[in-house]
Design a protein around this ligand. Structure first.
Ligand SMILES: Cc1cc2nc3c(=O)[nH]c(=O)nc-3n(C[C@H](O)[C@H](O)[C@H](O)COP(=O)(O)O)c2cc1C
Length: 108
């Protein structure tokens, strides 16, 4: 099972590729708290990094997902400053903060 969250599609694309290659199934983060994961031996999480952190939605919802105790968990976090820059100006997020307007283009 691969639980995914994506703002602009990159993480979904990564999750889809991983699901295809591992013959696994996808589950949107919103559906994860209600899902019965008890039979899952391997569970993946795919989400983007926002401002050097996990998206708030991930942090808020992780606690309400019932992960089986014996499941192997893996996480893939997508990132990249070009996406960050596009997202910042597209959604007018933090565009008035010098820390971000100067800091994001300098990110690796
Ligand atoms: C508000 C915002 C903040 C971001 N912050 C970072 C960051 O700190 N580090 C990074 O490498 N990428 C950052 N990014 C880039 C995204 O993590 C990257 O584009 C990711 O692939 C987006 O995934 P998504 O299309 O699934 O939402 C940020 C993007 C946005 C929109």
């Amino acid at each position: 099972m691969i639980i995914w969250f994506s703002g602009s599609g990159n993480s979904l694309s990564v999750a889809r590729t991983l699901a295809e290659k591992t013959q696994d199934t996808l589950l949107h983060l919103n559906d994860a708290p209600a899902a019965n994961l008890s039979g899952e031996k391997v569970i993946g999480l795919v989400y983007p990094t926002y401002s050097y952190d996990a998206p708030l939605k991930i942090k808020e919802m992780l606690g309400s997902i019932r992960f089986p105790k014996d499941a192997y968990l893996w996480i893939v976090v997508t990132g990249g400053s070009i996406g960050a820059l596009l997202g910042m100006y597209l959604f007018r997020h933090k565009t008035q903060h010098r820390k971000f307007t100067l800091g994001v283009p300098a990110m690796p």
